[in-house]
Design a protein around this ligand. Structure first.
Ligand SMILES: [Zn+2]
Length: 256
């Protein structure tokens, strides 16, 4: 897949409830070291812990999404501290309109720009988007395996179609030709792009027997997912089998 090499910053985040004189229901992810009361201009924020290219490991990030619990803020905090924030910004409830008595819609905060390259993401916004990705992924898996699914193929197509707006076609000059590129501006769009690839390629997703994540197998008989190219789950599973065998034969050493 021709990809733009998006560089994405990763900070060590913490969750703060108040930022810039305003309370944020659910909290915000803020890099450690940034004063939530008087945050500096973006240019003078602390240096990220690392920069990386999300599109080069988007499969691994998607696997991580399918392992986490979007309703658990600590899981979300671990996710953004590993891969950076999604780039979705933060929203807060609009105050009640005295004329109509209605609570307004959630609105996107002004601390983020339309591309989501602002400074921080809301915990609730992150939970919603990661939950959405997880659900689409599960939907794809159940459809591929012809199990009861909350989606039909047309519904999944419609849902995914609506989420690909942040992916732009682009070109770069190459020798005697132009080189095609998909351009994204934030981590979230990279994850939808990867989901699009998962959905449109012929490979079936499989569920890891150890950590339950959904992954694209690179071997026909692969039962466990890989982390960073390492067979962590396969090793963990065989260790468990080994220990179980040891317990079933008390008094015997499990190792020969
Ligand atoms: Zn696994």
């Amino acid at each position: 897949m021709p990809l733009e090499e998006l560089d994405w910053p990763v900070y060590q985040y913490e969750i703060v409830e108040a930022y810039h004189g305003r309370k944020w229901p659910g909290g915000l992810f803020l890099p450690k070291g940034v004063d939530p009361e008087s945050p500096p201009p973006e240019k003078r924020w602390p240096k990220p812990v690392r920069w990386y290219k999300p599109l080069h490991c988007a499969e691994e990030i998607l696997q991580d999404v399918s392992r986490l619990d979007p309703s658990d803020p600590q899981d979300l905090l671990a996710f953004v501290s590993r891969w950076g924030r999604l780039g979705v910004g933060a929203s807060y409830p609009r105050p009640k309109d005295p004329a109509t008595g209605w609570w307004g819609m959630y609105m996107l905060a002004d601390l983020t720009d339309p591309w989501g390259t602002g400074q921080t993401d809301g915990v609730t916004n992150t939970a919603e988007h990661l939950g959405d990705i997880k659900e689409l992924n599960e939907g794809l898996y159940t459809l591929q395996h012809r199990r009861a699914s909350r989606y039909s193929w047309p519904q999944l197509a419609w849902a995914l179609d609506g989420r690909l707006g942040g992916v732009k076609l682009s070109v770069r000059p190459a020798e005697n030709r132009l080189f095609p590129l998909y351009r994204i501006r934030r981590l979230l769009d990279g994850l939808y792009l990867q989901l699009w690839e998962r959905a449109t390629e012929a490979h079936q997703l499989r569920r890891c027997r150890e950590c339950q994540s959904l992954f694209v197998p690179d071997r026909r008989d692969q039962r466990y997912c890989k982390t960073n190219g390492q067979q962590l789950c396969a090793r963990r599973a065989s260790l468990k089998r080994f220990r179980r065998r040891g317990k079933r034969q008390p008094g015997m050493s499990p190792a020969k």
